[in-house]
Write a protein that binds this ligand. Sequence first.
Ligand code: ADP
Length: 231
Amino acid sequence: IEQSALQNDKLAMLGKIAAAIAHEIRNPLTSIRGFIQLLRPYLLEVGKEEYARIILTEIDRANDIIYEFLNSSKPSAPMKQAASIDHLIREVVMLTESESLLRNTEISVETYSAEAYVSIDIKQVKQVILNIVKNALDAVEEMQSDRRGKIDILLSSDGQYVKILIRDNGKGMDKATMNRLFDPFFTTKQAGTGLGLSVSYRIIRNHGGTIRVDSEVGSGTEFIVYLPLAE
Ligand code: ADP
């Protein structure tokens, strides 16, 4: 699946607009958040504390979206340094530990290559792996079966590329979803932004790598991230 030039333009423009307005929106959101906190005890008195909770959740969601918009403008020139992919993956797994526990999902990591050193922007690539693992956790949750969630991460290299395979036994995707996967704003989730994978794709392309996807409805999805090995 290739991301078209049009999609790249769309993302670049989005980034510019986001950077320009994010600041202006964030400040009022912060003060609204503060005042709602102050109103909380009064709402509690009249038995409407639930309203405060909803407002706070929605403000946080708006903030998340702004944050993701801002992020989408950033991944232009990666700040590369030598990094161990194995180490990076284990960090991502640690970051998602509470979420995977909550969803009764086991994440396993297997490494088949000792020399998986790459020259990457660690923050950016970590964001990519985190996006994919979080999507996998969502897919496992939406499956709603008795089957235990399982996410396997396999790390290998072929002498030219490091191959990071992330497989879940979640709900999978049909062809129509697969075709739009990397489109900015494409989402099938109620609280999704549809930015995670379009940004991820751009980051990996900027690193001279690529992302491949394979999926089957009802049985799961496999993402493979390829990154060129350090010379
Ligand atoms: P978001 O997570 O905000 O929806 P993404 O760009 O990360 O945005 O993902 C776009 C869409 O791709 C998701 O809404 C979902 O439909 C689909 N998707 C991504 N990863 C998976 C997965 N592992 N299993 C099933 N569907 C997936």
